[in-house]
Design a protein around this ligand. Sequence first.
Ligand code: EPU
Length: 301
Amino acid sequence: MIINCEKNFDIKRLTSFKIGGLINEVYFPENINEFEQILNENPNIKVFGNLSNTLVSDSGYDGKIVLTTKMNSVQIDDNKIIADCGVKGPKLAQIACENNLSGLEFMIGFPGSIGGEVYMNASANSQAISDKLSFAICYSPIEKKILKLSNEEMNFSYRKSRCQKDNLIVLQAEFILDKKDKTLIKQQMDENLKFRKEHQPSLSLPNCGSIFKNPQGESAGRLLDSIGAKNMSIGGVKIWKNHANFIVNNNSGSSLDVLTLMFEMFTKVKENYNIELEPEIIFLGGKNQRENELCKILYKK
Ligand code: EPU
């Protein structure tokens, strides 16, 4: 099987932040068999979806990654939808709506892909991935095999799933949805888009969504706002004017600018509230010493 792989791949144009350097090797599987072969042959390979939640270092990455952008199959059977990991959230939300199926309306405003959303149990507007997922097909690099995990076995909680702990890679997911009139579903999706427009920056201002997770019982945005984060900027990046938990790349910012600003946000909240914010965005890098130092503190590794 010849699998599409590109060397010295310039990733910047694909990332939501419009930041990032060269990646040694990028694989683009088109189906589960190809994906499994890549994973079997490359035990330490990292997997990314739509790069909407990922900061890639300008210094690039000296390893191999998989991008799931070509894993695009969607199957519908009555009130069940099975989607490959590379399907984009807004597309799946639209397909569900056209088929009078409710439960994925929250995905309409998320630029992410299904694999990433299942991995982190994405949520918004009072809906979460864990509400409607019946099972996920995941690859276990430890067992070197594909597992079919039920909703319960996925151990979902806020922004967490079993995938993070066990390094599982999401290949496919099935959702069992509620039958509902498409006009009502569309109404809900329009409301979600309106909320997003009012509360979150559009992608024409390159950004990666929420930077930090909400600490238990608290809001990262509120904490950051209270310490004056909306006035913070470093180099070409700054905090968005309407929500203190978003960084926007408004002037050709660098990955180091983003990490330095995250460190400043983290430090101010720690000093004022003794709370250590946990990043929601994922970092891919490792070749820049200062970035590595900041990541040690922010990601505790
Ligand atoms: N707030 C402030 N100041 C700010 C920002 C927010 O006081 O600068 C307050 C708001 O007024 C509100 C509270 O903080 O009372 C929460 O803010 P918001 O409703 O905007 O939601 P959030 O908790 O910041 C979460 C998710 C979003 C999701 C929205 C809508 C996290 C980290 N973020 O945001 O998810 O879209 O709820 O449901 O859980 C993402 O994960 O990338 C993302 C955008």
